[in-house]
Design a protein around this ligand. Sequence first.
Ligand SMILES: Cc1ncc(COP(=O)(O)O)c(C=O)c1O
Length: 361
Amino acid sequence: MQLRIPGPTPCPPDVLQSLSKQMINHRGKEFHELIQKVTGQLKNVFQTKNDVLILASVGTGCMEAAIVNFLSPGDKVLSVTNGVFGNRFADIAQQFGADVQRLSFEWGKPDDPDTVRKALKANPAIKAVLITQNESSTGVCNDVKALASVAKEYNKLVLVDAVSGLGAIDLKTDAWNCDVVVTASQKAWMIPPGIAMISISPEAWIANNSAKMPRYYFDLKRVKKSLEINETPFTPAITNFYGLDVALNMMLKEGIENIFSRHTRIGKLTRQGVKEMGLSLFADESSASNTVTAIYPPEGINPDTLRRVLREKYQVILSGGQQDLSGKIFRIGHLGWVNDDDIKVTLKALKEALSESGFNK
Ligand SMILES: Cc1ncc(COP(=O)(O)O)c(C=O)c1O
C-alpha cells in the first residue's frame, strides 16, 4: 500500500517495532533519560538552542499552546494566511479573544512579505505575526525566512505553524528569528499522531510572563518546569517517545541537509510527473511545497472518483481537497519516510487510473 497523504505518514519498520514495547514508569530513570535524549536531538532538527517542549497533543493543540501562552485577550495579531491551516491559526487566536487582523492571500499563491510589511507599518499596535510554513491544503510553501524577517523589522513576536514542514523543509528557527515553532509527530517525523513539539525563544518567554489568555493543560511554563527534572506535568504519550527516539536516530543519521535535499528531489519528481501526464498544479510552482502537491484533475474527471479507483485497484491512498477545494483538487503527500520509488509507483498508478477513467493526454 502507498499511503501518500500529507499525514499521518507511513512509519518505518524500526519505528513500528519500537511502538510495541512495554510501558515504563514515566517518573523513573528510563523515561528521564529518554526525554532528555530526544529533546536534545529535536533541537538539532529545529535548528535551535531555544527550549523545545513535547506535548501529548496533535498539531492543532500545539497551535493553541502557541497562542494562549504568549498573548492576552485584546492583543492585536496579524494572521498571514493563504489556506485552511493559516485560517485555523487565526481562528484559534480569535477564539481566545485576540484582535485578529487577517491578511489573506489567494489560495495557491505564497504569502507576500511586502504586503506584510505594509500591514505592520499601518498598524503599530500589532503584537504578534502568525505564519504557516507549509500550507498543506494548497501545497504552498511560504517563505518563513522573509516573512519572519519583516516581522522582526517591527519587533513582533513570530509564531510559526510548521506542522507539515519541519523536519522535511529547511526552517532555521534561530537564524530566522522564529520565536515559537510548532510541529506534530505524524508528519515528517515518521511516527504516529500523538505528540507535538514546540520551540520557544527567550523573547517569547518574556511575553509569556504577561500573557493572560486562559490555559491549563497547555501551560508551557509548567511543561518547561517539569522538563527541568526530565518529566512532563501529566502522563506523556510514552509509546510515541519510543517511536520518536528511533525516528530521530534515523533522521540524524541521514542528516538534516540530506533530508531536505531528498524532499526537494521528491517534490520535483512529483510535480514533473503529474505535469508530464498533462495535469495542472494548484500552487504556483515558484513556491510549491516539497511535502505535498495539490493537483487539478482533468476536465470532467471527479477527483474523489479518481482517488477511489486508486485506492481500490492500486492501493494508493491520496488526499482530497479541503473546504472550498473539496471535489476540485486532489493531493499527494510526500514527506517523512518516502523515497523516489514510492513516488514512481504512485505516479504510475495515477497514470493508469486516469487512462481507465478515459483521460488521454
Ligand atoms: C500546516 C498544518 N497545520 C496544522 C495541522 C493540524 O494538525 P493536526 O491534524 O495534527 O491537528 C496540519 C494537519 O494537516 C497542517 O498540515
